[in-house]
Design a protein around this ligand. Structure first.
Ligand code: ADP
Length: 983
């Protein structure tokens, strides 16, 4: 904070002078200081702003004081800001020292700036005064110089006159001398002439009159000349006297001039000093600007720290929010009680107050109720917390025990599942080919199961030895038997990625892998379809043995193939039956599906029996393998395959596998026995049997794929005719939400994607969007144009009319739509082909009507939104996959969608769970509302959208917790069975 303010001061161009030397005060901020100035201007609102001194009517020397006042005001602010900064700093260990250090440095800097600013102002003032003085002196000097010049001229004139006067004086003196002489001569002559005249008078009377007259005239003129010269002389003397005084004045002026000259040079040196000081100050100012940059850096750091702190604060706020609410309520109650007390005092004096009192009491009651509720909530949270702490402690204890046990057994951790699965298949092969006994095989299997180091070492050592030598080495290993986990065998019609139509395939591999990770021995039995993705099966090979199983009153041979899929051991059954049950180029949808899968179910059990397997759990899925349950108890348990408990999972109650009761006979089930209301008889037709009903009746554990769907199928509307049988078997029926295989569905490792990405690096998602647009020929012009995806089987359950509506609405609202799907229902397929054709070359819509695994990954990665408008949805995986890839689901609130998608605008749901857009009614209006809300958020609030995307990408949809629930069910069932056996 301090650095924030100081940077502003540095930016100020505090003062300057105009050309007339008048002071102008300016305050200017560079654009780079915008944000920081916001803080300053808020303080300016509260304080008088800095104005030019003229405006404020202050003498110039008071401007600094005014500025200092503002500075000191701001210092208060700096101090309070420093307090805040210090408070912030206490929360951030690493930042603390740096913050304190920078505060001190900044304070020093502030002091320096203030001093520099004062100095600059003083210097400028002095400089102006000096300039003014200098100017005066110069004008004075010029005037004096003029006077001196005049005087000098007059002096020169006077000198010339004096010269002339002197010469005239000399001349006059000469004349006076001559005059004297003439007088003397005249006197002599007069005396001589008298005597002569007297004699002449006596002799010539006329001649004596002429001469005396001419002499008198010349004397007179000479006298006059003499007098004028005397007057001139006197005047000249006076002039000389005045010139002399003037010369003295000039001398005095010269002395003054010297003094002024000295003053001028001293002022000039002072001016030079000031100029050098000014340049030093300017250097200081430039240093300050570099400090400004440092300040900016420091400020950025402070801002970073602040954002970190904000995050931490938000988390803390959330954590204490309930508590605060509670405290608030308590305070309100206290306040109200106080007001009530007050009100009581005045109660008697006023009816109004009485009413008020009653109102208050009601409010208090309400608040107390709320308080109680909130207390209850808190208590329930506390209980939950305590429970989870207990669970955590239990798990910890179990883990400790397990780790102790592991230390003793030392299982091999560093071999891939692939290795153990291959070992299992090797042992099974020997057992099935009768090269080792069933008992030895099961002992060896257990060693593999425990990932025993000795068996892996033996296998490695025997790699180059013959099969007989290897078998002997293995048999030598047989020792004591322990049972570290469960042996679970899944028998199913699908397994991702080798044979997948929908979610069933994902569940079999996802759950299988999760159980395997938990330490259980997991095996899978599948039909060997001709259309499987063989490139995803590792080390596929056929065993040198044929299994004979009963069908249509005779035995049919089946070939057993072994291989690993996703690290799981898989047995593929290939029937040698003339109907070529699994050579149809597709998984389902054949006229004889019922026969195909009754054959497979029987052959699978036959294989387990003949392979000498002793599983703890046989887990069958959907109607195709639901026959396992009645077959197991009716036929195979009596034959010796009796170690197992049967778990049946119905992934969709819409598909129940019904047929004429007589068709059951083919696989050896007694149709009369089974066609009973409490067994396999179909509830809507008494001549038919129902495979799913058989699964429910004959299994020890019955599950479906989400808690909400488990509730829905218990109702007549949702149960597809099976709600009553579910009611009968309600105790063993439970809904467990599916997970997804987070290894297979992982945008940061997905090999199907052109660019991998994660929640922390979403650029890759944009690149995938552009890549998909290029591949499908959609417009890439507007990167931000929202892309809505949909990947689904096109069946009525999925809300096909709403999907169609979504295509047109998205287009109308300026988005792009990509659909990947195919339909087993001809008229739906045809309808969508029509839509696909009409948009064949459209810029913003593309429909791809086929099954395409790699394209599905690309669409998940490219989509901003994903629609799942199902009429009903047992679990649904696409919403979870889409979220894992950063696509926001727009889903109808039904079944598993209701358990996994929570509306961002639904205040009744805690905000941390909100992850998508939902709608209740399965109509166009409902979908439109959700789609419009999603598109609006996308367009109008990109930052919130990004946060939502990152949030959903981080949700844990793995099998971790769901597989634990299955594990729990298995263990309980097995334990009950063992206890019953012992009893
Ligand atoms: P359901 O099992 O009812 O078909 P889910 O949502 O449980 O529906 O599972 C659908 C699974 O099938 C998802 O993994 C989805 O990606 C995949 N899927 C559906 N249709 C296609 C298709 N046309 N191409 C590729 N994958 C598809």
């Amino acid at each position: 904070m301090a650095s924030k303010l100081r940077t502003c001061f540095v930016c100020w161009n505090l003062s300057a002078f105009n050309s007339n030397g008048n002071r102008i005060v300016r305050v200017s901020f560079p654009a780079s200081c915008k944000m920081r100035h916001r803080t300053l201007s808020s303080s300016q609102n509260r304080r008088p702003q800095i104005k030019p001194s003229a405006e404020r009517g202050l003498p110039q020397n008071q401007v600094e004081e005014g500025d200092t006042e503002v500075l000191s005001n701001n210092e208060d602010f700096v101090e309070s800001s420093n307090d805040t900064a210090a408070a912030l700093a206490t929360n951030i260990n690493g930042a603390e020292q740096a913050e304190q250090l920078s505060s001190r440095q900044l304070e020093d800097l502030l002091g320096m700036i203030r001093n520099a600013e004062k100095n600059i102002l003083l210097l400028n003032q002095a400089r102006v005064r000096a300039l003014e003085d200098l100017e005066k002196i110069l004008t004075e000097k010029e005037a004096l110089q003029g006077e001196i010049n005049v005087l000098e001229m007059r002096l020169a004139e006077t000198d010339a006159r004096i010269k002339v006067a002197t010469q005239e004086k000399i001349h006059v003196e000469l004349l006076e001398g001559q005059l004297e002489k003439l007088r003397n001569e005249l006197a002599q002559k007069e005396s001589t002439e008298g005597k002569y005249v007297e004699s002449l008078d006596l002799q010539n009377g006329d001649s004596s009159d002429a001469n005396p007259l001419s002499n008198k005239d010349s004397i007179h003129s000479l006298t006059e000349e003499l007098n004028s010269l005397r007057a001139e002389n006197a005047y000249l003397k006076k002039a000389i006297e005045s010139f002399k005084t003037q010369i003295i004045d000039v001398k005095n002026n010269d002395e003054r001039l010297v003094v002024l000259e000295k003053e001028r040079s001293s002022l000039e040196s002072a001016l030079k000093d000031l100029q050098s000081k000014l340049s030093i100050s300017q250097d200081d100012v430039s240093k300050l600007s570099s400090l400004t940059d440092e300040c900016k850096d420091l400020w950025d750091k402070v801002e970073n720290l602040q954002s970190l702190l904000d995050k931490a604060t938000k988390q803390a706020d959330q954590a204490i929010i309930v508590l605060q609410q509670n405290q608030d309520l308590r305070k309100k109650v206290d306040k109200l009680e106080a007001s009530l007390e007050e009100a009581n005092i005045y109660k008697l004096s006023s009816d109004k107050l009485q009413n008020y009192n009653e109102l208050m009491q009601q409010k208090i009651k309400l608040l107390e109720d709320r308080l109680q509720k909130s207390d209850e909530e808190i208590n329930s949270y506390v209980q939950l917390y305590q429970q989870s702490v207990k669970e955590f402690q239990d798990t910890l204890a179990t883990l400790k025990e397990e780790s102790k046990k592991r230390k003793v057994d030392e299982p091999v951790e560093d071999m891939p599942w692939e290795f153990w699965s291959q070992l299992l298949l090797l042992i099974d092969g020997w057992a099935i080919e009768k090269k080792i006994s069933v008992d030895d095989a099961s002992l060896l299997r257990e060693k593999v199961w425990r990932r025993d180091r000795r068996i892996s070492d033996t296998y490695m050592a025997c790699k180059k030895q013959s099969e007989d030598e290897t078998i002997s080495a293995f048999l030598r290993l047989l020792s004591s038997k322990t049972s570290p986990g469960l042996h679970v065998i899944h028998i199913a019609a699908e397994m991702a990625p080798v044979a997948k139509v929908g979610g069933l395939g994902d569940v079999v591999s996802g759950l299988g892998k999760a159980l395997q990770k938990k330490g259980h021995l997991v095996e899978i039995v599948l039909p060997k379809y001709d259309c499987m993705q063989y490139d995803r099966v590792h080390d596929l090979r056929e065993l040198d043995v044929l299994i004979s199983s009963y069908f249509d009153r005779q035995l049919y041979k089946s070939k057993i193939w072994i291989g690993t899929v996703e690290g799981l051991p898989v047995y593929f059954i290939e029937p040698y039956h003339p109907d070529k049950f699994f050579w149809r180029g597709k998984f389902y949808g054949e006229h004889d599906d019922f026969r195909r899968f009754t054959f497979f179910s029987r052959a699978a059990l036959e294989f387990l029996l003949q392979a000498g397997k002793k599983p703890d759990i046989i887990h069958c899925h959907d109607w195709q393998t639901a026959f396992i349950a009645p077959l197991y108890w009716d036929i195979y348990a009596p034959k010796g395959l009796n170690s197992a408990r049967i778990c049946f999972t119905c992934h969709n109650f819409e598909y129940q596998g019904t047929a004429a009761a007589s068709e059951l006979e083919s696989c050896g089930l007694d149709s009369h026995q089974q066609n009973r209301h409490d067994r396999m008889q179909d509830n809507s037709s008494h001549e038919r049997v129902n495979s799913v009903k058989g699964g429910i009746v004959f299994s020890n554990i019955v599950t479906t794929v989400s808690p909400t769907y488990a509730q829905e199928v218990r109702t007549p509307e949702g149960g597809h005719g099976l709600h009553s049988i579910l009611a009968t078997h309600t105790k063993k029926f439970i809904g467990i939400l599916n997970g997804i295989d987070t290894d297979a569905w992982n945008p940061s490792t997905d090999a199907f994607l052109p660019v991998q990405y994660s929640a922390t690096d979403l650029q890759g998602k944009t690149e995938n969007k552009q890549a998909l647009r290029r591949n499908l020929g959609l417009s890439s012009a507007d990167v931000r144009r929202p892309l809505v995806g949909c990947i689904t089987r096109l069946v009525p359950q999925k809300g096909v009319h709403l999907i169609r509506h979504a295509i047109f609405l998205t287009l109308e609202l300026g988005g792009q739509f990509v659909l990947l799907g195919s339909s087993p229902v001809p008229h739906i397929q045809k309808e969508f082909e029509g839509i696909a054709n009409s948009f064949q070359n459209h810029d913003n819509v593309r429909l791809i009507l086929k099954y395409d695994e790699s394209l599905s990954h690309a669409i998940y990665a490219a989509s901003d939104m994903f629609i799942i408008p199902s009429i009903f949805e047992p679990c649904g995986l696409t919403q979870m996959i889409s979220m894992r890839y950063g696509g926001i689901p727009i889903a109808r609130k039904t079944g598993g969608l209701n358990d996994s998608v929570f509306d961002v605008d639904d205040d009744t749901i805690p905000s941390q769970f909100r992850n998508g857009f939902t709608f209740v009614n399965a109509d166009e209006q409902g979908l439109s509302d959700a789609l419009v809300r999603a598109l609006n958020l996308f367009k109008n609030n990109p930052e919130s959208w990004k946060q939502l995307v990152q949030k959903v990408m981080n949700i844990d949809f793995s099998w971790e917790s769901s597989s634990a629930q299955y594990e729990d069910l298995y263990i309980k069932s097995v334990t009950r069975a063992r206890a019953a056996k012992r009893a």
